[in-house]
Design a protein around this ligand. Structure first.
Ligand code: B12
Ligand code: SF4
Ligand code: SF4
Length: 216
């Protein structure tokens, strides 16, 4: 089932797809849905990207439901679903947790999921399910090494330089207040303040993007 679901999503625009086991990490209301399909697309988070992610989520949910499984789709823009059931869950459930647990990458010093191939440029969405999909191998530690580029270039000095690990996942990587207030002074993308310098500067994302530009 994993192979055909992965293929279906990759065929319809996903860049990466992984499967996570989240037993013990979910709140009571959703604890029975302890497997996750983590979907990443190599695109900036804008309206078109959100539409693509939602389409991919619906496709995954249809696939699993047709085989008798329950699903819960966590929207990629959960912060905009104010006062809904989902908006109350997003602090308990976040896409990066599913992505590291599915082995798609680690959390970098910039607080974002870093994929070895696509760097921090993946936009993420998740479908939770009770289907017994065998989890992929999680990534346990930050693999940024000595690099500090995002910290050095962040215009609001929001990045602390601390390192993420699965056993200590909530250390303060980014001072969110500083990041947020810098972003409100920037051009908006469809109603959302924007910056994203910590995405552009990361060597992991750039190696792939520059290779593609050069036709490698
Ligand atoms: C609120 C929000 C913001 C807020 C606050 C960010 C925050 N980290 O809380 C603000 C407005 C500041 C923001 C900014 C940005 N955001 Co934002 N944001 C969200 C949103 C809606 C919720 C995040 C949240 O509150 N999570 C709760 C906290 C507790 O978790 P977290 O910090 O996100 O992640 C921690 C856990 O995942 C944990 N973890 C990781 N693996 C594991 C495994 C286990 C077992 C456990 C227990 C924990 C764990 O480690 C992480 C770091 O501490 C998510 C969508 C979502 N639902 O996930 C997007 C999201 C995180 N944002 C995203 C993006 C792209 C951005 C910006 C780049 C936007 C921009 N262009 O400026 C900036 C980047 C700033 C930065 N360097 O972090 C992407 C990240 C993609 C990626 N590759 O990582 C997301 C996932 C949206 C998406 N659908 O793709 N964002
Ligand atoms: S989005 Fe901009 S302000 Fe926020 S952490 Fe990244 S570089 Fe810093
Ligand atoms: S710029 Fe360097 S330190 Fe920052 S997330 Fe990327 S690899 Fe890690």
């Amino acid at each position: 089932m994993k192979t055909s679901l992965r293929k279906e999503l990759l065929d319809h625009g996903a860049t990466v797809v992984g499967f996570a086991g989240l037993r013990g990490y979910l709140s009571g209301e959703i604890a029975h849905l302890d497997r996750a399909v983590s979907i990443g697309v190599d695109r900036r988070l804008n309206e078109d990207t959100l539409k693509l992610l939602v389409k991919l989520q619906k496709r995954a949910a249809r696939f699993l439901k047709a085989r008798g499984h329950r699903t819960l789709v966590i929207p990629p823009d959960s912060d905009r679903k104010k006062d809904t059931f989902i908006s109350k869950l997003y602090s308990l459930f976040n896409h990066k947790m599913a992505a590291t647990s599915a082995g798609l990458g680690w959390i970098g010093k910039n607080g974002l999921l870093i994929s070895p191939d696509y760097g921090p440029r993946l936009s993420l969405a998740t479908v939770l399910t009770d289907a017994s999909l065998r989890p992929d191998v999680p990534i346990e530690h930050c693999l940024c090494g000595q690099c500090m580029l995002c910290m050095e270039h962040c215009p609001s000095k929001a990045i602390t330089g601390l390192e993420w690990s699965r056993s200590s996942p909530f250390v303060e990587l980014v001072r969110l207040g500083e990041c947020r207030s810098h972003k409100t002074s920037k051009r908006q993308t469809a109603g959302k303040p924007n910056c994203g310098l910590c995405i552009n500067i990361c060597p992991y994302g750039r190696i792939k993007a520059e290779g593609e530009k050069l036709g490698r």
